[in-house]
Each structure stands twice: as structure tokens, then as C-alpha cells.
Write a protein that binds this ligand. Structure first.
Ligand code: NAD
Length: 252
């Protein structure tokens, strides 16, 4: 069984469809249209989601995709960091014992915005210090693109720190991330419709041309979940049409 947060829409829905098409059982976690309905923006919702998922999978989980997230167009910036970082980490942490029991694999959905200059801020450190109150206070003072990018940078760093540890790799559970560029989903459409964000998103250089599809990202995620990625650990796989390679060619 594979748990997928954000399974009701966009990339999460494409992951669900791809896994189910290959005969796997999916446990969706979302605010709507999922086996487990939960709000990952607050601590009670996260705890309830973890408890329900552990019960439903009998504490043995083959995979977890932490995909639920909110885009930079969401006006309540505190909520963006709470869902994108703290909601994702709560699922990854809380379901780790179930993944370890089944020698499973987890994939977090970061973003290629995590490598943009506006991603670095004290918000990233507050996240990695597990200080949600400070992270939310900082989010309220920062521009929304920085909050979004910072939440995704913190998530990628959390994955890089945790994946090789005794808690994950040492215990037999793999952890990786994907970093998509702009992908045609309802979230992206809301950003494109925003008068400030829309022109910035359209101006993003994408060497392969055009936006990505949820199916392209789902293919990368299912690769990282599966046995063919057995030697991938702490990888942040960019699925972004070459934007990161273009902007940061030598940051390697
Ligand atoms: P989407 O809006 O289509 O889907 C997001 C899903 O997350 C929805 O089903 C929504 O209900 C769920 N969700 C949101 N807040 C939640 C909460 N508090 N509790 C539980 N569920 C919640 O968006 P998408 O584009 O498919 O995005 C999926 C992930 O990919 C996000 O983490 C996003 O940041 C990331 N991402 C998207 C893009 C893009 O261009 N679409 C690019 C990079 C990264």
C-alpha cells in the first residue's frame, strides 16, 4: 500500500492514477475526495492523518508520497509554510516506522523554486529547527514567493539531512525528493491567473519549452518509489524542463 497526500488533484492525482494502473493500492490523504480526510495545515489534522494511515496500512507501508501543498498565490502565507513544510514532515516522520517495517520508500514533493535566490531566508532555518510558530511569524512578513520557495527549500534540505541517517537509510527505508518546475495543475492555473505572479511564471525560462504535465512528474515519483531506484537516497530529482540546469549550471 502506498500513501499519497494531495491525492485529490494535480500531481498527487496523477501519482494515484499511475500507481493504481500498475495494480497498487493507494491510500489518499487530502482535504477532500480521499480515503483519509485531514487538514495538514494544523497539528491536530496531521496527527489524525498519521494515526488513520497507520491503522489502515496495519503499520506496514510500501511507499509514501508527501505531495499536498499550497502555491504562492494563497493569501494566508502562514498556511503555506504550515502545509508545505510542517504538514509534509509530519507525515514523513509519523509514517516512517510503517515504512521501515515494510522496507518502503518515501518521496517528498519540493519545487525548483527552492533554488531561486529568494528561497534563502530565516524562515528556512525556523522550519529546520522545527519551530512552526516562528516560521509562521516570519511567513507573515515575507513576500509570498519567498515563503513558498523557502518552504520547499527547507523540505529538500530536511530530505537531504534525513535520508542518509540511521532513522531512514540505516533502518532500510529510502527517502528522496522531486523538484518540479511549473506543471499544468489547478495550482499553477491559480498562479497564472494572479496579476502579480502570472507574468513572473510566464517569464520563467524553460529550455525544453512549455510547462510540464502532472504525468511527467508522477513518472519520476513512481521511479523513486520503486525497486529500480534502490540506490537512490537523498536525491532531489529536478523535473523542470532544464530550468535549474540553465540557471545554476555550475552549482554541482
Ligand atoms: P493542486 O492544487 O492541484 O493539488 C494540491 C492538493 O493538495 C489538493 O488536492 C489539495 O486539496 C491538497 N491540499 C492542500 N492543502 C491541504 C491541506 N491543508 N491538507 C490536506 N491536503 C491539502 O497542486 P499541484 O500542482 O498538484 O501540487 C502538488 C505539489 O506539487 C505541491 O506540494 C506543490 O507545491 C508542488 N509543486 C507544484 C508545481 C506546479 O507547477 N504545479 C511545481 C512545483 C511543485
Amino acid at each position: 500500500m502506498i500513501a499519497v497526500s494531495g491525492s485529490a488533484s494535480g500531481i498527487g492525482a496523477a501519482v494515484r492514477a499511475r500507481l493504481e494502473a500498475s495494480g497498487l493500492r493507494v491510500l489518499g490523504i487530502d482535504r477532500r475526495d480521499a480515503e483519509i480526510i485531514a487538514d495538514l495545515g494544523d497539528t491536530g489534522g496531521r496527527a489524525a492523518a498519521v494515526a488513520a494511515a497507520r491503522e489502515r496500512c496495519g503499520d506496514r507501508l510500501d511507499g509514501l508520497v508527501a505531495c499536498a501543498g499550497l502555491g504562492p498565490q494563497v493569501p494566508v502565507r502562514e498556511l503555506v509554510v504550515s502545509v508545505n513544510y510542517f504538514g509534509a514532515v509530519a507525515l514523513l516522520d509519523g509514517l516512517r516506522p510503517s515504512l521501515v517495517a515494510a522496507h518502503g520508500a518515501a518521496v517528498a514533493v519540493s519545487s525548483n523554486s527552492s533554488t531561486l535566490p529568494n528561497a534563502e531566508s530565516p524562515l528556512v532555518d525556523a522550519c529546520l529547527d522545527d519551530d512552526e510558530a516562528t516560521a509562521r511569524d516570519l511567513a507573515a512578513t515575507l513576500p509570498s514567493p519567498s515563503v513558498y520557495a523557502g518552504s520547499k527549500l527547507a523540505l529538500a534540505r530536511w530530505v537531504r539531512r534525513q535520508a542518509p541517517s540511521t532513522a531512514w537509510a540505516g533502518a532500510g527505508a529510502r527517502l528522496n525528493a522531486v523538484a518540479p518546475g511549473p506543471v499544468q495543475t489547478p495550482m499553477l492555473q491559480e498562479g497564472l491567473d494572479d496579476p502579480l505572479l502570472g507574468p513572473a511564471i510566464r517569464g520563467f525560462p524553460i529550455p525544453t519549452g512549455g510547462f510540464g504535465t502532472p504525468q511527467q512528474v508522477a513518472a519520476a515519483i513512481t521511479f523513486l518509489l520503486g525497486p529500480e531506484a534502490a540506490f537512490c537516497c537523498g536525491t532531489v530529482l529536478f523535473v523542470d524542463g532544464g530550468t535549474d540546469a540553465l540557471i545554476r549550471s555550475d552549482r554541482y
